[in-house]
Ligand binder design. Structure first.
Ligand code: ZN
Length: 415
């Protein structure tokens, strides 16, 4: 059966029809709509000689047996954020269905080929991203914290998982899934404006940014807004405000795609008649180079101390979360670049700002690469998320070509 990329686009629209509404995609993990999407995916592989398995972390696997049990993995996530886009995560899953159909129709592949639909990539309901892939990668180390998480309605995470047959205590047993993994490929929308600005449909992804996330607490003194002269104030918000602007310079000076974001500041007492006593500021810094990421953090701490001195306030830092930059496999990046050149004429190599399941698989030691397809206006996590149909079709061809090249490569490497 030849590849039919237009079928992927039609199926993505069908999925959106089934699991979305006027506000966008509603496939939040561990909900009925998500379960319906997984059921739908199962139906799409009816008639293809694959075996389905749901692992201990809730990941959905479809395995097409090959001559060797060593496996090429094609991965994505069918879960979305609330009011999400129709492509984020789902594109890779549905495109991989098409690639599986094509491979299954050819002669028995030399290697096993597996589609994995990771459970809860987005972390939209409980705030913990990459749930299923981190369990499979063995890097999930926060089960005690996960036990305490509740959603907005007070439902505990272990209960929500249990309703879908997943026991949090056993989630790490999903690790066995990667024991036979020989390579991992993930197609995804870019979710940024780079490829569109260059007029290119596809790009080869070098890796995912390292991330440093901190909560910075500035402490001053609450004082009456009417009676406290300007030069006698110890205004906690002034420190946060100075830092929020200075991080632009830190990112610009660092370059190579560096980004810094002050995503929120909560002020107390937070009333119009008082100088701010405490300001809790959130900072997110990202870079592909670990040394540059560390230097950006160092620089932010340094200027924060200076601002605290200038404003006669105190500043303290607390790390919320961090992950090191993850570089994808150099050979697979080359193969991805080659596949794109063959399919689309021109390729481009770029880093990924957002994290993806591919980062977890890569740090578990499985050779990994991602392919990006252009996002219109760089928008994602909104119903406005979109990609031109012709580019979606090209991306299915690109993934298929990359899968063939990877199987050839595994043939020479593992022979
Ligand atoms: Zn995604």
């Amino acid at each position: 059966m030849p590849l039919q990329p237009s079928r992927t686009v039609a199926e993505l629209r069908e999925l959106q029809e089934l699991t979305g509404d006027e506000n966008g995609a509603q496939r939040v993990a561990w909900t009925d709509t998500w379960a319906r999407a997984r059921e739908w995916l199962r139906g799409k592989l009816d008639g293809v000689a694959v075996e389905e398995e749901i692992d201990e972390a809730g990941n959905q696997w479809f395995t097409l047996g090959g001559a060797s049990e060593r496996a090429l993995l094609l991965g994505g996530h069918i879960d979305s954020v609330p009011n999400g886009g129709w492509l984020d995560g789902a594109l890779n899953v549905v495109a991989a269905v098409e690639v599986l159909r094509r491979i299954a129709a050819d002669r028995e592949p030399a290697f096993t080929v597996r589609l994995v639909n990771w459970a809860d990539e987005e972390g939209a309901r409980f705030g913990r991203s990459l749930f299923g892939s981190s369990a499979a990668a063995g890097s999930m180390a926060d089960q005690d914290e996960l036990r305490q998480l509740t959603d907005r309605d007070g439902v505990a995470l272990p209960d929500a998982l249990g309703a879908h047959g997943v026991d949090l205590d056993r989630a790490l047993e999903a690790r066995r899934q990667l024991e036979t993994a020989a390579a991992y490929l993930e197609l995804h929308i870019e979710q940024g404006p780079v490829l569109e600005s260059m007029g290119l449909p596809l790009g080869a992804v070098l890796g995912t940014f390292g991330v440093e996330r901190h909560r910075i607490t500035w402490r001053g003194q609450a004082a009456h807004a009417g009676s406290t002269p300007m030069d006698r104030r110890r205004d906690a918000l002034a420190g946060a405000a100075k830092l929020a602007l200075e991080i632009r310079k830190i990112a610009a000076d660092t370059g190579d795609g560096a980004v810094c974001t002050s995503g929120g500041v909560v002020c107390k007492p937070g009333i119009v008649t008082s100088v701010v006593e405490t300001a809790e500021q959130l900072l997110d810094q990202r870079h592909l180079n670990p040394r540059k990421l560390a230097a950006m953090l160092e620089e932010a701490r340094h200027v924060a101390d200076r601002f605290a001195g200038e404003e006669q306030i105190e500043v303290s830092w607390e790390r919320i979360w961090s992950i090191e930059p993850i570089l994808f496999d150099a050979t697979l990046v080359d193969l991805c670049d080659e596949a794109i050149n063959e399919i689309a004429g021109t390729s481009h190599r770029l880093p990924s700002g957002p994290l993806h399941d591919a980062a977890e698989v890569s740090r578990a030691g499985v050779p990994t690469v991602m392919m990006f397809v252009q996002s219109l206006r760089g928008l994602s996590h909104t119903k406005l998320e979109d990609t031109k149909e012709e580019h979606l079709e090209l991306s299915v061809r690109g993934l298929d070509r990359l899968a063939s090249k990877t199987l050839d490569w595994l043939g020479t490497k593992l022979a």
